[in-house]
Design a protein around this ligand. Sequence first.
Ligand code: BMA
Length: 330
Amino acid sequence: MKSSPVIQRHPANPLLTYKDVPYDCALVFNAGVCKYEGKYVMVFRNDYGSDQERWEKGERLTGTNLGLAFSDDGVKWEVQPEPCWSWKDDDIRRAYDPRLTVIDGQVHMCFAVDSNHGVRGGIARTDDFQNFEVLSLSAPDNRNMVLFPEKVNGKYCRFERPMPVYGRGGRDRFDMWYSDSPDLAYWGNNQLVIGVENFPPANDKVGPGAPPVKTEKGWLNTFHSVDLDTERGKNGWENKWQKRYCSGIMLTDLNEPWKVIGMSREPLLAPETDYEAANGFRNDVIFPGGMILEDSGEVKMYYGGADTVECLATAHVDDLIKLCLEGGPL
Ligand code: BMA
């Protein structure tokens, strides 16, 4: 699988690794990114409690928290001295995979939690990246939530990826969904956006990537796509890591954001470099989590590489829209 020629990896990749983090840290990945009060802000997932020598031998990491970094240009990041958030209680084991969206000047963070009663998707609001007010937590199993930067037809909107197993033969087959809300707490109007069958490179799951970006032609969305090949053997720390994660790109309707008006049927970004396809905790993983549209038309796409490092790729917005429209609607 190859990446599209319209997107370029940044020469500074990987942008952030465990070496940049001044506290216990093994893996830095799956970050959310936004522009807030004149700065680029990143909240990243930090898995800690081991090191490469140990996890390569199959040792598990002991915990996860969220780290915070600021940047003036979106490329050079300064990691803050302490993690900014973690959630651990009698039921919840950890919060992870943050996604940032600024709505009406306020930062909102979607995240997933692993709990004793399943995986849940949450939304929190913060003004200072230190205090997070949790506004909602979904029923299990659901995650990969991303919020739109503005209301559509008076409703807050999100994409998400529920994980139905019982009705699907007990195996992975997860699709990307839409829902909306009057208040960010109560969610309904559930709509299927894309199913695994709609994206030829996928055979296992498709789901949200970075929060959507508004363009004249529609909502521009990255999504993650997973293909599973049982021939893949030890491809990271696990004995059987058989999945590959790519990023796709699509455009959805401005007024009915679950309707796909154009989707490239090929990956936008597929694992190719060392920091995506080798030497990682789980190789062959590209997980898009942040997208920023600059005034120049440049789109910065932030993604986790091999569940180990945080990376950046850039493309021009017009090229991305063209790619989506050439692929045609669903
Ligand atoms: C998913 C999540 C992601 C991760 C991906 C690839 O199940 O845990 O955070 O990036 O697997 O390992």
